[in-house]
Design a protein around this ligand. Sequence first.
Ligand code: GLN
Length: 314
Amino acid sequence: KKTITSNDLKNLVNEAHAQVKDLKGGKNANYIPFLDKIDSNLFGISVCLPSGEVIEAGDTNYVFGIESVSKVYTAILVLRQYGAQAVLDKIGADATGLPFNSIMAILLENDHPSTPLVNAGAISADSMVKPVGNSEAKWKAITDNMRELSGSDLKLLDELYKSESETNFNNRSIAWLLKNFNRIYDDPDMSLDLYTRQCSMGVTAKQLSIAACTIANNGLNPVTKQQVFDPSLSPKITSLIATVGFYEHTGDWLYTSGVPAKSGVGGGVLGVVPGLFGIAAFAPPLDEAGNSVKAQAAIKYIAQKLNVNVFGGD
Ligand code: GLN
């Protein structure tokens, strides 16, 4: 059985950083004013092993907006609270093939919003978070779960939260359309606000890699040694990530990288190689689907050099 050690990674992570750092292309998200202002040259790569070792290069302690990578965290929380079957029934686990903010994601299927990893299903997931009806206690559950997965606290970026709350008209429509189709399980405005807040959490590439490794390591956080979620949920989470983690580019990404990964418009990407490691990379410039150009290149470089691919081929 294959294992990856810190020796395999020490030079490789630096090499990937050096190879990719001058890569051109993409631009910062500009529909959220705060994100447009972030330094486009920031770039970090972090890999976390089940041993708890973290191998890093570049800006891995820079705190950036977690954005849609937070959808993975809240999907895990509702899986913990409700179990795999209920999440499948109430939200679903299908690909959408659509942009992250698509209203169509709600209408694609007759019975549920498809997946907790696009905006519609993520707002629905926030509505499911227990205790239903209590915004403050729900927020505590969301942030506790984020801390347990990442091994340390994530902090709200107030300015990002404000910037995003002032411009999230599309998401407001999604929340109320979900209500219209009975696919939201708490107050729509409250669920939308929880979603907007969770997207505005600040995270580092290092923290993301630890959460990625917790998923790769069957729910056992390799740094804190806490069993955060039941091992049976790990393949469910990785399958959600694999199916829709890069939105309309998910198939192309999997085909070329072999690594299930989830992106956010803050420039972060979290990748899971089950049993072997968690990887995260961060750089603000995005391709047209909202996925970080450099993070994609870095993760591909490392996976190819290590010869890891969840679809085999070794
Ligand atoms: N908060 C952002 C939004 O809802 C997240 C999008 C993303 O990261 N893809 O538009």
